[in-house]
Design a protein around this ligand. Structure first.
Ligand SMILES: Cc1ncc(COP(=O)(O)O)c(C=O)c1O
Length: 291
């Protein structure tokens, strides 16, 4: 659903992926590239209705659809748009976008096309605008059990399902006056037990958590001590007498009675839960559990 470049066409065809096409010139280069295929290659068209991002204008859509101009080598399988303000306090901007999208659907259907897949709704649209459901919805954030909807909206019972965990690699006592991590931003005021965790900002643990975030160890919060490093972070476990090498440390998730959510980290770092969740780096192994 992102930007599409000619250099990607070979991979697209090799893996039989369905692209979203957002401008007339890509439509014609893709049509040429697909010209030798025995059957038309399926695509979705994206129309711009108010996000100010990728997508054909209504005029461009009318141009590529009208007067049998749509390429024979392609099949118009889907029509989509993206909603910009489904989690804002007001609903009028979304309603205007949906009105424009309905116009786009009319352009396509009156051009003689039967488009099986019509879609517009992100998480907010799925919850708040039933008229945006069309034939499929595209929730992202909500799949992780989070939302950014205003408190006036009745939200389904969502449960955060992602957890990010590591374990203690080493423990050391830092004596008063000695410091922890780069640039000496944390200096021990008392004999301080420091746990070293093998996760850092290269893994998505924001450097803005330095000296202000927490992790969970043995069911309790342990504050981050000093600057978060690229591959490691240090936490103060002085109050957790039993903490040992190998203990689980929860960055996001629940441990015992305590929980740290992506919303908490977003608040500590001045961002939104989306950014926290999608910053988790590629070298963190993903494990999928069914409950
Ligand atoms: C095209 C498109 N559809 C759907 C989504 C999902 O949005 P959300 O995470 O708000 O549900 C996104 C998110 O960036 C998107 O860019």
């Amino acid at each position: 659903m992102g930007a599409l470049f000619q250099e990607q066409f070979a991979d697209l065809f090799a893996h039989q992926l369905t692209p979203v096409v957002s401008d007339p010139s890509t439509l014609s280069t893709l049509a040429q590239a697909a010209a030798s295929f025995p059957t038309p290659y399926p695509i979705h068209l994206k129309v711009e209705t108010g996000m100010g991002r990728l997508g054909l204008t209504q005029e461009e859509l009318a141009g590529v659809i009208g007067s049998h101009r749509f390429p024979n080598s392609l099949q118009l399988e889907g029509l989509m748009t993206h909603l910009a303000d489904t989690d804002g306090p007001a609903t009028d901007a979304t309603q205007q976008q949906l009105a424009q999208f309905n116009e786009a659907i009319k352009i396509v259907t009156s051009g003689g096309f039967r488009v099986p897949l019509i879609h517009a709704a992100n998480s907010g649209g799925t919850v708040r605008f039933p008229e945006a459901h069309f034939s499929l919805v595209r929730p992202g954030l909500m799949l992780y059990g989070y939302h950014t909807l205003p408190s006036s909206v009745v939200v389904p019972d969502l449960k955060p399902v992602l957890s990010l965990r590591t374990c203690i690699a080493q423990l050391r006592i830092v004596q008063p006056g000695r410091s922890v991590s780069y640039n000496r931003t944390f200096t021990a005021k008392r004999p301080t037990r420091i746990a070293i965790l093998p996760i850092g900002y290269a893994d998505g643990l924001s450097r803005r958590l330095s000296n202000r975030g927490y992790v969970l160890i043995r069911g309790q919060r342990a504050p981050i001590a000093g600057l978060v490093c690229m591959d490691m972070v240090m936490v103060d476990v002085t109050h957790l007498s039993g903490a040992s090498v190998g203990d689980e440390a929860v960055i996001i998730g629940r441990q015992g009675e305590e929980q740290i959510t992506a919303n908490d980290i977003a608040e500590w770092t001045g961002t939104i839960s989306y950014e926290v969740l999608c910053s988790i780096g590629p070298r963190i192994p993903r494990q999928y559990h069914s409950s």
